[in-house]
Structures are given as C-alpha cells and as structure tokens.
Design a protein around this ligand. Sequence first.
Ligand SMILES: [Zn+2]
Length: 437
Amino acid sequence: MKIYSIGGYNEVGKNMTAIEVNGEVVICDMGFFMEKIIPLQEETNDVPDDVLIKEGAVPDDSILHNKKVVAIVASHAHLDHIGAIPVLAERYKCPIIGTPYTIEIIKHIVKDKKKRSLLGNLMPLNTGSILKATQDIKIELVHITHSIPQATLIAIHTKEGIVTYLNDYKLDNTPTMGKKPDYARMEQLAKMGIKVHIEESVRIEESERTASEYIAQIMVHDALNRAYQSGKAVVITTFASHIARMRNIIKANEGRRKIICIGRSMSTYMKAAAKLNLIDLSEVIICSSKNQSGSVLQKVAQNPEKYLMVVTGNQGEPNSVLASMAKDDLDYKFQKEDEVIFSSFTIPSPINKANKHNMEILLRKKGARVINNVHVSGHAKREDHRDMIRLLKPKNIIPSHGNMEKLASFASLASEEGYVLGKTFHIMANGGMIEIK
Ligand SMILES: [Zn+2]
C-alpha cells in the first residue's frame, strides 16, 4: 500500500492524507490551514478557490489528480479537517463520509461556498457501523473524544491490512457529553492487526495526560460564579465548534442570566448541534451576525447584570465579535470592571499571539478584567499518545498534524516504545509518498 502525506505534515492544520491499495484511493480529511485562511478572509468570506490553492491555504492534492479516489472520509468537523472539501472534493466524484454531525457541518460549508453539486455525495455513517466502499475496501468510524461532537478514529479495512487514522483526539474518560472512547473496538482492531497507524501530534511535546472536559466544567462554573458577584457585564468566548463547552457554559449559568450568543461560526455549529439534539438552545438567544446584535446589545447596555454574552474571538481574530466589541464597534461598550472570560488557550502561532495580545490591550484599556485559560485542551499529550500506541499496537506509525519539531518529538516517544525510525516509524512531509509492504 501507498500512503500520501498531502497536508498537515509541515504544520498544524491543512490535514489531508491518502491511502492507496490496488489502485483504489481513500482520502482522510481535506482541511484548511487556518493561519492562512484568517488573513485571506478578513476582506471577504468568498475567497476564490484558485487564490486559496495558490496561497497554500488548502492542501496541494495534485499528486492524486489522476487517481481513482473511491471515498473521502472526514474524521471530525473542525475546519482544519473539512474546510477544503468545497474547494477540492468536486473532481473526485466519490462519496464524502463522516458522522451525522460532521456531515451536517460539511453540508453547511458546501452550501455556503455554492458547491451544491457535492450535496448528493454526502454520506452520514454512524460510529460502530462499517461501510463497504468497494469490493476490497471497507470504512469504519470508531468513536473517540475530542473538542467537538462525534469525532472519530477512521479504520480502513483493505486486502493488505487495516489502516487507522486518528487525527485529532484526546482520551477523556469522564466526558461531559457523549461517551468515553470506544476502547473495546480499538482493542479488537489491534487484535485483528493494524498495519499502519496515522496519529496527530499537536500536543505531543507536553509530557502529561490531557485533563477531562469534566475539569473544564468545574472551571467554567467557578469562573461564572465569581464573575456574577460583581453585577457587571460578563462576556465569555470559546471555540465556536466546542459544543460540550457551550453546554457547560449554559449549565454553569444555572439560569441566572439570559444567554446571548453572537457570531456567525458560533451560530452555524450550535444550530447544527441543536438539529441533532446535541444541545438545548431553548434558553439562548442566537445572533448569527454582528448586524443582528444591535437591538439585543442595546438591552444589555441597559441591564448588563442580567446577561451573559457568549461571543466569537477567543484567538483574538480581528474580524470576530469580541474584537469589534473591544473597538467599540457594536452596541455594547465595555465598562470598568466588566469581565471577559477566555474559555480557551491561544493556539501559539505568531499571528494568534499578536492578535490576542492586541485584543487584551484594548480590553484592559477599557478597564475590563480579562480571565485567561478557563480551559482544558482537546488534544492528546505525550502520555496519552503512549497509551494509544500500546492500545492499538500498530506495525507502522506515521505521525501527522504537526511541524517537524512535533513529528520528531513523536519519534522519540515511539522509539521508547520499540519503534525504529525509517523502519516502523515514518516521518513524512507535505507532498510525500511512502510504500509500505
Ligand atoms: Zn480537531
């Protein structure tokens, strides 16, 4: 079999990997490189496909253009895994497979980019089911925990053995929504024999285990309890796709304040989750754009102590709702002692760090209190990776979703576990191919 490392092997983001057996290709993920996308989308949301390709904001899939692609499988609904589907998927004329929530989000971005021809290719597949893609290839989605609903490990059953693709995950044994990882099925796959395992590396350099979302639930509860004591306005920001966190915010609020969510991406992910009964939004007011927020924010300005604002902008994005608020561009103007809670970490890229820094300066100038890091990560750390390798016992490992430092850090862990670089552990770069016998 051949493995093509299309994207996400030189950076965090832009995920795309292809597996070829007997001339049949399965693609796992087609993601955006968010760092490149955000500046491009500052002017318009409608950046032409050729600009996205030229700027390296989507993976360069030219190596696959003449190949027989039989399926595109999305591991989960984060944009660095599915964002490029509207840009790249049309040429392959094959099913696009994912869990119902992932498919719901793909449906939305495909419509948004006016690529309606792709709608007919979308094929929801529940975890625990197996789909026969061709005579020789079966595709299975195995439930895993991450920071978005219905994340999966992809198992591709081929004539030459099983390939597993685990990009992204954490091992959360006390999740606040959904079940813990399907360890039993992963153990079965290990017994059947995994030939190649592809696994994310985003937080491999941190030598610990990632804490459960249950811890974040407690942190959010405590943060709101303390913030509410002041009777001032409270704003909380988190990742728009983090539905478990959103549920924890609603829960922690305990009906004390009216919740207003503002932001385009937040509204997309929340409404998709509500449609599949993953979240109850009956007590939440959603404004899907800044323009829609005018009358609601005017009410907040009159009685700030009655509202909790949940907004986009946790990475300091200049076109986010929080950035507009910080610049006094919306109908609520920050007052002294208002509290802004970041239920997130800043993803440590230079652009994010600069954006976040600028935003904090603006907020503090207005006298707002900024509470950072009310958060736990959605990515496995070093000892989780070790547990996963021991669970799956793959013959070969290929680390993905990371720059060279992260992939190399995975190599040192793998060597502790008995893997040999170049023989059973393979470091790849974007645009690469490896044949595994
Ligand atoms: Zn992810």
